[in-house]
Design a protein around this ligand. Structure first.
Ligand code: DC
Length: 221
């Protein structure tokens, strides 16, 4: 397989993470979870007490933030200024803060460069919201993965640990808000690139989604 840059965009709970990881494994490519980068900024902002609307505060925070992925035996970890933060970025609080800071141009600008640098070597599957539209408009293969709100909320709920303390209704409500905010923001809103292949995973298994993607990649690769 020649070095390709593959993008997978879509809303939360559409199956992007599972599919992107499996696809990267199959192809021997790197898997890059760009949502984790927004979560890292959110975590630092929460720790430093920086408001999501405080652009100068966010800009200063980003200027001090070095982000890097590291592959360990149990998967890919995210390091912020050398500290492994992978275990702390999936809480409901960080999730909502990530959505809020991701609407700020200073944050998107900072992460745009981080992501472009990560994509320079190709041979990677990038998962996010604006991979095919903004970050890598020239990607070799683009996918937009979606599913019904009910299916997506169910999946997210099933992934949560009991100590997250959220009901299915809480998850559905947060997801609707996040979908609305992510799709309606002015800057890099969540939407399919015109040349992305759209896949609805509501009634498809992971394996079925993978097969559709691999068939498409084979045509290009
Ligand atoms: O995929 P995720 O749930 O980990 O993403 C967390 C938040 O980051 C999500 O609400 C939207 C934002 N995000 C983004 O704006 N652009 C990306 N490429 C990835 C995530």
């Amino acid at each position: 397989m020649k070095p390709l840059l593959i993008t997978i965009d879509g809303p939360a709970g559409a199956g992007k993470t599972t599919v992107s990881r499996a696809l990267a494994d199959r192809l021997g490519f790197r898997y890059i979870d760009t949502g984790a980068l927004y979560r890292a900024v959110a975590l630092q902002a929460l720790a430093a007490g920086v408001d999501s609307q405080d652009d100068p505060g966010l800009e200063a925070l980003c200027a001090r933030l070095a982000l890097r992925f590291e592959r360990l035996a149990d998967g890919v970890h995210l390091l912020a200024n050398g500290e492994d933060i992978s275990g702390r970025i999936r809480t409901p609080e960080v999730t909502m803060k990530a959505s809020a800071v991701s609407a700020r141009p200073v944050v998107r600008q900072f992460l745009l460069k981080v992501q472009k640098d990560l994509g320079r070597e190709k041979s990677a599957v990038f998962e996010g919201r604006d991979m095919g539209t903004v970050v890598f408009p020239d990607a070799d293969v683009k996918f937009f993965l979606n599913a019904s709100t009910e299916a997506r909320a169910q999946r997210r709920f099933a992934e949560l640990s009991d100590d997250a303390g959220q009901t299915l209704d809480d998850v559905t409500r947060d997801m609707r808000k996040r979908d609305k905010d992510d799709s309606s923001r002015n800057l890099a809103p969540l939407k399919p690139a015109p040349d992305a292949m759209r896949i609805d995973s509501t009634r498809l298994s992971i394996e079925a989604v993978l097969e559709i993607m691999l068939a498409r990649i084979e045509k290009v690769g």
